[in-house]
Design a protein around this ligand. Structure first.
Ligand SMILES: [Zn+2]
Length: 290
């Protein structure tokens, strides 16, 4: 009898310990044990985030990893609010336009696609049947939709979602003139929130982030040198007017957007179903009803 009581008691204690561990599951892939990883995939319903950053100059005053640091801050906070497993640091993106600046890591186009494919394949093999690429780098704006579209090339048992952009936030102070695209007021404000110790506000004016407009072409014509033609210092805008207040509003808006995206992806049962149907039909297109 005593033996059974001990057994029952230890069962309850173990369950409580388990529930505790479950409640405290880290969102970070690299922090989970193998067994906790299994629990994390179940808890996330197979929804995993791949925050995508880059290593490139960010004006004279922000760190090379600004996009990586900011997108990870946002993804990790969002995943804590709506549970998802967050893949480790990833920065193999498109950044050829900054190869003339120190510290840029620009892999070949072939490797970018191959590495991203093998990464999402490996994530899916480990149970991430919904992979959400949370983009933090403007230079990926062609790469990522192309990658997502290329998932239809051959059958996959998982879906790639690309999450991009966030709610517009209230600007603090007067409207500024010109673009604010890279290491300018907005991005500097955000970094003042995510990694204040890495921002060198005193250096923000050391270079110009003004648009130099050196190539004149109509909007309907695209050329790869456009960015260098306009912003050769790899700086667009003016970081010196950044404030923590503006960053707090913007970062919170970004987190909210990613939380909303995680919820929507978890609720989406159609994409995988339709993908399966599509792959099945694409094996024999002549049988597709016309
Ligand atoms: Zn950036």
């Amino acid at each position: 009898m005593r033996y059974y009581i001990v057994l029952i008691l230890s069962f309850f204690m173990l369950s409580a310990a388990n529930a505790n561990a479950q409640a405290k599951l880290s969102v970070k892939w690299e922090e989970l044990t193998a067994n906790d990883f299994r629990a994390a995939i179940a808890k996330s319903q197979g929804t995993c985030l791949l925050p995508f950053g880059i290593l490139e100059k960010h004006g004279p005053h922000l760190p090379l990893g600004t996009d990586l640091l900011n997108v990870r801050y946002v993804a990790e906070h969002a995943a804590q609010e709506e549970y998802a497993v967050v893949f480790p640091e990833y920065f193999a993106g498109q950044i050829f336009e900054a190869m003339h600046q120190p510290g840029t890591i620009a892999y070949s186009p072939e490797l970018q696609l191959m590495l991203l494919q093998e990464t999402t394949d490996e994530m899916a093999r480990n149970g991430c049947k919904k992979v959400v690429i949370v983009n933090g780098h403007g230079g990926n704006e062609h790469l990522l939709p192309y990658f997502a579209q290329a998932q239809l090339y051959k059958p996959h048992d998982y879906v790639v979602y690309v999450q991009w952009g966030h709610e517009a936030t209230r600007k603090v102070g007067a409207e500024k003139k010109g673009p604010d695209w890279h290491a300018g007021e907005s991005e500097t404000s955000n970094t003042l929130v995510t990694h204040p110790n890495l921002v060198h506000m005193d250096r923000a004016k050391e270079e110009s982030g003004a648009d130099q407009g050196r190539v004149k072409l109509p909007e309907s014509v695209y050329t790869g040198i456009w960015w260098y033609a306009r912003f050769p210092n790899h700086y667009s805008g003016d970081g010196s007017t950044a404030t923590k207040e503006q960053g707090e509003a913007d970062v919170q808006g970004w987190i909210n957007t990613v939380v909303h995206a995680i919820k929507a992806v978890k609720a989406d049962d159609e994409s995988l179903k339709l993908q399966k149907q599509f792959f099945e039909q694409s094996q024999h297109p002549l049988d597709t009803p016309q």
